[in-house]
Design a binder for this molecule. Structure first.
Ligand code: ADP
Ligand code: ADP
Length: 217
């Protein structure tokens, strides 16, 4: 369902983040991306979401060449993807409900059942009681769960997360990892960059390691 075909990525002025990378991610897979800081993990995830375009090669998501899409096709892609990216922080001047509603609003006309979907997403992450809370009043683990609710509110078939437990203490990290595993168990294709693959490797994850923009294993 996701294919990288000889993909390279040069950032303007920077060096090469990915070099001639080929990788296939199957439907329903749990893929853990490991590798040192700067190895190219975030770049790989951004290419799937069309947040960056490859310099060479192709990235196919459900058959769609996401590096060469028209701008008008991007919302269509985003609806099938849930993103928990490091730079997609919560909006601190809006409450939990409005933060989770955001992708439905961005996708164009919010569906008639948008409010219900937001509540279902908040229930799934255990935050139903917090919909009117402002993010600043929540713990780090709770804020991360709001970000996860925002990522799943579109009921995506693919969930992508970049170091989702990096700044959490171990108890919160285990809780968040269990939440991600539950989505995977429900059939979602899950792709995570993490420094702590022990949170996923006992649960059937495929581990792929990047070093300096290339696959090691
Ligand atoms: P990781 O997620 O494994 O830490 P990244 O994909 O963030 O790796 O980065 C890979 C390489 O690309 C690094 O050398 C980084 O400095 C560079 N890089 C990442 N984003 C940009 C950018 N927007 N502009 C220039 N260079 C970048
Ligand atoms: P950027 O301007 O960083 O490239 P986008 O244009 O993709 O980001 O989206 C703007 C904001 O909308 C993001 O910062 C993020 O909070 C939110 N967003 C967009 N798409 C999604 C998604 N699929 N899941 C969760 N949040 C999203």
């Amino acid at each position: 369902m996701i294919q990288f075909e000889n993909v390279s990525k040069h950032y303007p002025g920077g060096h090469e983040a990915l070099t001639d990378l080929s990788l296939e991610i199957r439907h329903g897979e749990l893929l853990v991306l490991a590798g040192h800081s700067g190895a190219g993990k975030s770049t790989l995830l951004k290419l799937i979401a069309a947040l960056e375009a490859p310099t060479a090669g192709r990235v196919l998501v459900n058959g769609l060449d996401v590096g060469r899409m028209r701008k008008s096709q991007i919302p269509y892609l985003r609806r099938s993807l849930g993103l928990v990216m490091q730079e997609h922080r919560l909006l601190m001047d809006r409450n939990v409900f409005d933060n989770v509603m955001l992708p439905l609003v961005i996708a164009g006309d919010a569906p008639a059942d948008a409010g219900k979907r937001v509540r279902v997403a908040l229930e799934k992450v255990g935050l139903a009681k917090f919909e009117t809370a402002m993010p600043i009043t929540l713990s780090g683990g709770e804020q991360q769960r709001v970000a996860i609710a925002r990522a799943i509110v579109n009921r995506p078939s693919i969930l992508i997360a970049d170091e989702p437990t990096a700044h959490l203490d171990p108890a919160y990290a285990r809780e968040i990892a269990a939440l991600f595993r539950s989505f995977h168990a429900a059939g979602v294709t899950l792709i995570l960059a993490t420094h702590d693959d022990t949170l996923y490797s006992p649960y059937g994850a495929r581990r792929v390691e990047l070093a300096h923009g290339k696959l090691l294993s």
